[in-house]
Design a protein around this ligand. Structure first.
Ligand code: SAM
Length: 302
Protein backbone atom coordinates (compact mmCIF):
# COMPACT_ATOMS: atom_id res chain seq x y z
CA UNK A 1 0.00 0.00 0.00
CA UNK A 2 1.28 3.48 -0.87
CA UNK A 3 2.31 5.54 2.16
CA UNK A 4 0.32 8.76 2.65
CA UNK A 5 2.45 11.71 3.65
CA UNK A 6 0.38 14.06 5.73
CA UNK A 7 1.52 17.42 7.10
CA UNK A 8 1.99 15.74 10.47
CA UNK A 9 4.10 12.93 9.03
CA UNK A 10 6.34 15.34 7.12
CA UNK A 11 6.82 17.67 10.10
CA UNK A 12 7.64 14.77 12.42
CA UNK A 13 10.00 13.04 10.00
CA UNK A 14 11.88 16.28 9.28
CA UNK A 15 11.99 17.31 12.94
CA UNK A 16 13.69 14.00 13.80
CA UNK A 17 16.12 14.36 10.93
CA UNK A 18 17.04 17.94 11.92
CA UNK A 19 17.33 16.93 15.58
CA UNK A 20 19.79 14.17 14.65
CA UNK A 21 21.79 16.81 12.82
CA UNK A 22 21.98 18.84 16.05
CA UNK A 23 19.93 21.83 14.84
CA UNK A 24 18.87 24.10 17.68
CA UNK A 25 15.21 24.45 16.64
CA UNK A 26 14.41 21.33 14.59
CA UNK A 27 10.63 21.47 14.77
CA UNK A 28 10.37 25.19 14.14
CA UNK A 29 12.63 24.90 11.11
CA UNK A 30 10.68 21.93 9.73
CA UNK A 31 7.44 23.85 10.13
CA UNK A 32 8.76 27.07 8.57
CA UNK A 33 10.02 25.19 5.50
CA UNK A 34 6.80 23.23 5.01
CA UNK A 35 4.62 26.30 5.56
CA UNK A 36 6.71 28.09 2.92
CA UNK A 37 6.20 25.29 0.39
CA UNK A 38 2.46 25.25 1.08
CA UNK A 39 2.38 29.07 0.82
CA UNK A 40 0.73 29.23 4.24
CA UNK A 41 1.58 30.20 7.80
CA UNK A 42 2.46 27.77 10.57
CA UNK A 43 -1.05 27.91 12.04
CA UNK A 44 -2.29 26.40 8.76
CA UNK A 45 -0.12 23.33 9.44
CA UNK A 46 -1.81 22.69 12.78
CA UNK A 47 -5.30 23.28 11.46
CA UNK A 48 -4.66 20.86 8.56
CA UNK A 49 -2.43 18.42 10.41
CA UNK A 50 -3.90 15.27 8.82
CA UNK A 51 -4.15 16.60 5.26
CA UNK A 52 -2.03 14.78 2.69
CA UNK A 53 0.70 16.79 0.92
CA UNK A 54 0.81 16.26 -2.85
CA UNK A 55 3.79 14.92 -4.72
CA UNK A 56 4.87 18.20 -6.28
CA UNK A 57 4.82 19.96 -2.89
CA UNK A 58 6.70 17.05 -1.31
CA UNK A 59 9.35 17.30 -4.01
CA UNK A 60 9.87 21.01 -3.34
CA UNK A 61 9.92 20.39 0.41
CA UNK A 62 12.49 17.60 -0.02
CA UNK A 63 14.75 19.98 -1.94
CA UNK A 64 14.59 22.61 0.80
CA UNK A 65 15.26 20.01 3.51
CA UNK A 66 18.25 18.81 1.52
CA UNK A 67 19.64 22.35 1.21
CA UNK A 68 19.05 22.94 4.92
CA UNK A 69 20.97 19.75 5.71
CA UNK A 70 23.84 21.15 3.64
CA UNK A 71 23.94 24.12 6.01
CA UNK A 72 21.95 26.83 4.23
CA UNK A 73 20.07 28.98 6.77
CA UNK A 74 16.29 28.53 6.79
CA UNK A 75 15.95 32.29 6.36
CA UNK A 76 17.83 32.15 3.03
CA UNK A 77 15.71 29.21 1.88
CA UNK A 78 12.43 31.00 2.52
CA UNK A 79 13.81 34.49 1.81
CA UNK A 80 12.86 36.22 5.02
CA UNK A 81 13.32 36.37 8.81
CA UNK A 82 11.10 37.85 11.51
CA UNK A 83 12.79 40.45 13.69
CA UNK A 84 10.98 42.39 16.39
CA UNK A 85 7.70 41.01 14.94
CA UNK A 86 8.45 42.51 11.53
CA UNK A 87 9.29 40.51 8.41
CA UNK A 88 12.63 41.26 6.73
CA UNK A 89 13.80 40.05 3.37
CA UNK A 90 17.18 38.31 3.63
CA UNK A 91 19.37 36.41 1.21
CA UNK A 92 22.97 35.50 0.49
CA UNK A 93 25.06 38.63 0.95
CA UNK A 94 23.35 39.78 4.12
CA UNK A 95 23.51 38.56 7.71
CA UNK A 96 20.30 36.96 8.97
CA UNK A 97 19.15 39.18 11.89
CA UNK A 98 19.55 37.33 15.18
CA UNK A 99 17.02 37.28 18.04
CA UNK A 100 19.66 38.52 20.52
CA UNK A 101 19.89 41.77 18.54
CA UNK A 102 16.34 42.57 19.67
CA UNK A 103 17.89 43.50 23.03
CA UNK A 104 19.87 46.26 21.30
CA UNK A 105 16.61 47.62 19.90
CA UNK A 106 14.93 47.37 23.34
CA UNK A 107 17.74 49.40 24.90
CA UNK A 108 17.63 52.10 22.20
CA UNK A 109 13.84 52.41 22.43
CA UNK A 110 14.09 52.65 26.19
CA UNK A 111 16.69 55.43 25.98
CA UNK A 112 14.86 57.24 23.18
CA UNK A 113 11.56 57.12 25.04
CA UNK A 114 12.94 59.23 27.86
CA UNK A 115 14.31 62.11 25.85
CA UNK A 116 13.23 64.31 23.01
CA UNK A 117 10.59 62.70 20.81
CA UNK A 118 12.66 63.26 17.67
CA UNK A 119 16.14 61.91 17.23
CA UNK A 120 18.80 61.68 14.62
CA UNK A 121 20.16 58.14 14.80
CA UNK A 122 22.85 56.30 12.84
CA UNK A 123 22.72 52.50 12.40
CA UNK A 124 26.25 51.50 11.43
CA UNK A 125 26.61 48.16 9.58
CA UNK A 126 22.90 48.00 8.85
CA UNK A 127 22.91 44.72 6.86
CA UNK A 128 19.27 43.88 6.08
CA UNK A 129 18.24 47.18 7.69
CA UNK A 130 16.52 45.30 10.52
CA UNK A 131 17.66 47.66 13.29
CA UNK A 132 17.14 50.92 11.39
CA UNK A 133 13.71 49.94 10.07
CA UNK A 134 12.52 48.66 13.45
CA UNK A 135 13.65 51.87 15.15
CA UNK A 136 11.98 53.98 12.45
CA UNK A 137 8.73 52.07 12.92
CA UNK A 138 8.80 52.55 16.71
CA UNK A 139 10.13 56.12 16.75
CA UNK A 140 7.88 57.89 14.24
CA UNK A 141 9.52 61.32 14.70
CA UNK A 142 13.10 60.15 14.35
CA UNK A 143 15.28 60.16 11.27
CA UNK A 144 17.78 57.42 10.65
CA UNK A 145 20.97 57.02 8.64
CA UNK A 146 21.71 53.39 7.80
CA UNK A 147 25.26 52.72 6.61
CA UNK A 148 26.96 49.63 5.22
CA UNK A 149 30.08 48.74 3.31
CA UNK A 150 28.37 45.93 1.43
CA UNK A 151 26.48 46.76 -1.78
CA UNK A 152 24.43 43.50 -1.76
CA UNK A 153 23.34 44.25 1.82
CA UNK A 154 22.29 47.78 0.84
CA UNK A 155 20.12 46.41 -1.99
CA UNK A 156 18.23 44.20 0.45
CA UNK A 157 18.05 46.97 3.06
CA UNK A 158 16.53 49.29 0.45
CA UNK A 159 13.73 46.80 -0.22
CA UNK A 160 13.12 46.32 3.50
CA UNK A 161 12.90 50.07 4.03
CA UNK A 162 10.32 50.30 1.22
CA UNK A 163 8.42 47.23 2.43
CA UNK A 164 7.93 48.83 5.84
CA UNK A 165 7.09 52.27 4.45
CA UNK A 166 9.88 54.22 6.16
CA UNK A 167 11.69 55.56 3.05
CA UNK A 168 11.06 59.14 4.14
CA UNK A 169 12.95 58.73 7.40
CA UNK A 170 15.62 56.09 6.72
CA UNK A 171 18.46 57.11 4.41
CA UNK A 172 20.89 54.47 3.20
CA UNK A 173 24.53 55.31 2.74
CA UNK A 174 27.35 53.26 1.31
CA UNK A 175 30.63 53.58 3.16
CA UNK A 176 32.99 52.79 5.99
CA UNK A 177 31.55 53.17 9.51
CA UNK A 178 30.49 56.80 10.17
CA UNK A 179 32.68 58.27 7.45
CA UNK A 180 29.82 59.10 5.02
CA UNK A 181 28.11 61.10 7.78
CA UNK A 182 31.21 62.74 9.16
CA UNK A 183 31.71 64.35 5.74
CA UNK A 184 28.26 65.92 6.06
CA UNK A 185 29.12 67.41 9.45
CA UNK A 186 25.99 66.05 11.11
CA UNK A 187 25.37 65.87 14.86
CA UNK A 188 23.84 62.59 16.05
CA UNK A 189 21.70 61.83 19.10
CA UNK A 190 22.53 58.15 18.95
CA UNK A 191 24.92 55.82 17.21
CA UNK A 192 23.72 52.23 17.15
CA UNK A 193 25.77 49.34 15.79
CA UNK A 194 25.85 45.59 15.52
CA UNK A 195 29.16 45.42 13.69
CA UNK A 196 31.15 42.24 13.06
CA UNK A 197 32.71 41.25 16.39
CA UNK A 198 33.86 37.66 15.91
CA UNK A 199 37.65 37.31 16.24
CA UNK A 200 39.20 36.48 12.82
CA UNK A 201 40.37 32.97 13.78
CA UNK A 202 36.87 32.03 14.98
CA UNK A 203 35.26 33.69 11.97
CA UNK A 204 37.41 31.46 9.74
CA UNK A 205 36.24 28.34 11.55
CA UNK A 206 32.59 29.43 11.54
CA UNK A 207 32.97 30.38 7.88
CA UNK A 208 33.91 26.77 7.09
CA UNK A 209 31.18 25.30 9.26
CA UNK A 210 28.04 26.62 10.91
CA UNK A 211 28.01 30.04 9.22
CA UNK A 212 29.50 29.09 5.84
CA UNK A 213 26.65 30.65 3.88
CA UNK A 214 26.73 34.04 5.62
CA UNK A 215 29.05 36.81 4.39
CA UNK A 216 32.45 36.97 6.03
CA UNK A 217 32.31 40.80 6.02
CA UNK A 218 29.35 40.53 8.40
CA UNK A 219 31.24 38.42 10.94
CA UNK A 220 34.97 39.09 11.03
CA UNK A 221 35.90 41.71 13.61
CA UNK A 222 39.70 41.45 13.31
CA UNK A 223 42.15 39.63 15.58
CA UNK A 224 40.25 40.22 18.87
CA UNK A 225 36.87 41.00 17.28
CA UNK A 226 37.02 44.66 18.28
CA UNK A 227 38.84 46.19 15.30
CA UNK A 228 35.71 47.93 13.98
CA UNK A 229 34.50 49.19 17.38
CA UNK A 230 38.01 50.50 18.04
CA UNK A 231 37.60 52.74 14.96
CA UNK A 232 33.91 53.52 15.51
CA UNK A 233 34.25 54.77 19.11
CA UNK A 234 36.33 57.91 18.38
CA UNK A 235 34.14 58.72 15.36
CA UNK A 236 31.02 58.44 17.51
CA UNK A 237 32.73 60.56 20.18
CA UNK A 238 33.17 63.34 17.61
CA UNK A 239 29.71 63.13 16.05
CA UNK A 240 27.42 62.62 19.04
CA UNK A 241 25.78 65.60 20.71
CA UNK A 242 26.69 66.09 24.42
CA UNK A 243 24.63 63.50 26.32
CA UNK A 244 24.20 61.40 23.14
CA UNK A 245 24.45 57.62 23.27
CA UNK A 246 26.54 54.96 21.60
CA UNK A 247 24.79 51.57 21.84
CA UNK A 248 26.49 48.47 20.42
CA UNK A 249 26.15 44.71 20.47
CA UNK A 250 29.18 42.67 21.56
CA UNK A 251 30.32 39.12 22.12
CA UNK A 252 29.83 38.06 25.74
CA UNK A 253 33.61 37.98 26.32
CA UNK A 254 34.21 41.59 25.21
CA UNK A 255 32.59 43.64 27.99
CA UNK A 256 35.80 44.32 29.89
CA UNK A 257 37.76 45.29 26.79
CA UNK A 258 34.99 47.64 25.67
CA UNK A 259 35.09 49.46 29.00
CA UNK A 260 38.77 50.10 28.33
CA UNK A 261 37.98 51.52 24.89
CA UNK A 262 35.21 53.81 26.12
CA UNK A 263 37.10 55.84 28.70
CA UNK A 264 36.36 59.13 26.93
CA UNK A 265 32.62 58.56 27.51
CA UNK A 266 31.12 59.75 30.78
CA UNK A 267 28.82 56.82 31.65
CA UNK A 268 29.31 53.32 30.37
CA UNK A 269 27.42 50.14 31.13
CA UNK A 270 27.48 46.55 29.90
CA UNK A 271 24.02 44.97 29.82
CA UNK A 272 23.28 41.23 29.85
CA UNK A 273 20.98 39.32 27.51
CA UNK A 274 18.31 36.85 28.65
CA UNK A 275 20.95 34.18 29.27
CA UNK A 276 22.76 36.56 31.66
CA UNK A 277 25.72 37.05 29.34
CA UNK A 278 27.10 40.47 28.40
CA UNK A 279 25.52 41.53 25.11
CA UNK A 280 25.00 45.28 24.79
CA UNK A 281 27.25 48.20 25.70
CA UNK A 282 25.73 51.64 26.30
CA UNK A 283 28.01 54.66 26.52
CA UNK A 284 26.94 58.24 27.04
CA UNK A 285 28.96 61.16 25.79
CA UNK A 286 29.77 63.67 28.51
CA UNK A 287 28.67 67.26 28.66
CA UNK A 288 24.98 66.79 29.58
CA UNK A 289 23.23 66.94 32.94
CA UNK A 290 21.84 64.01 34.93
CA UNK A 291 23.04 60.43 34.98
CA UNK A 292 20.77 57.97 33.25
CA UNK A 293 19.02 55.37 35.42
CA UNK A 294 19.53 52.67 32.79
CA UNK A 295 23.25 53.15 33.04
CA UNK A 296 23.09 52.86 36.81
CA UNK A 297 21.20 49.57 36.56
CA UNK A 298 24.39 47.62 36.61
CA UNK A 299 27.83 48.70 37.83
CA UNK A 300 30.64 48.61 35.32
CA UNK A 301 32.72 45.45 35.40
CA UNK A 302 35.55 45.58 37.96
C1 SAM B 1 26.93 41.55 12.13
S1 SAM B 1 26.27 42.27 10.64
C2 SAM B 1 24.86 43.08 11.33
C3 SAM B 1 23.79 43.40 10.36
C4 SAM B 1 22.53 44.04 10.99
N1 SAM B 1 22.87 45.30 11.64
C5 SAM B 1 21.90 43.10 11.98
O1 SAM B 1 22.01 43.34 13.20
O2 SAM B 1 21.29 42.10 11.56
C6 SAM B 1 27.43 43.55 10.38
C7 SAM B 1 27.24 44.42 9.15
O3 SAM B 1 28.29 45.40 9.15
C8 SAM B 1 28.72 45.61 7.82
N2 SAM B 1 30.11 46.15 7.87
C9 SAM B 1 31.26 45.48 8.06
N3 SAM B 1 32.29 46.34 8.08
C10 SAM B 1 31.79 47.58 7.91
C11 SAM B 1 32.37 48.88 7.84
N4 SAM B 1 33.68 49.08 7.97
N5 SAM B 1 31.54 49.94 7.64
C12 SAM B 1 30.20 49.76 7.50
N6 SAM B 1 29.61 48.54 7.57
C13 SAM B 1 30.38 47.47 7.77
C14 SAM B 1 28.59 44.26 7.16
O4 SAM B 1 28.51 44.38 5.75
C15 SAM B 1 27.30 43.72 7.80
O5 SAM B 1 26.18 44.05 7.03
Amino acid sequence: MQEIWTIQALVEWTTNRFAREGFEHPRLEAEVLLAHVLDADRVHLYVNYHQPVNQEERQRFRELVHRRLQGQPVAYLVGYREFYSLRFEVGPGVLVPRPETELLVDVVLDLAGRGEPSHCIADVGTGSGAIAVTLARHLPRSSLWAIDLSAPALDIAQRNIARHGVEERVTLLHGDLLEPLEKRGLALDMVVANLPYVPSAEASELGKGLLRYEPRVALDGGHDGLALYRRLIPQAGRMLVPGGYLVVEIDHRQGQAMLGLLQEFSEVSVLPDLTGRDRVVVARKGGAESADPLLQGRPPLP
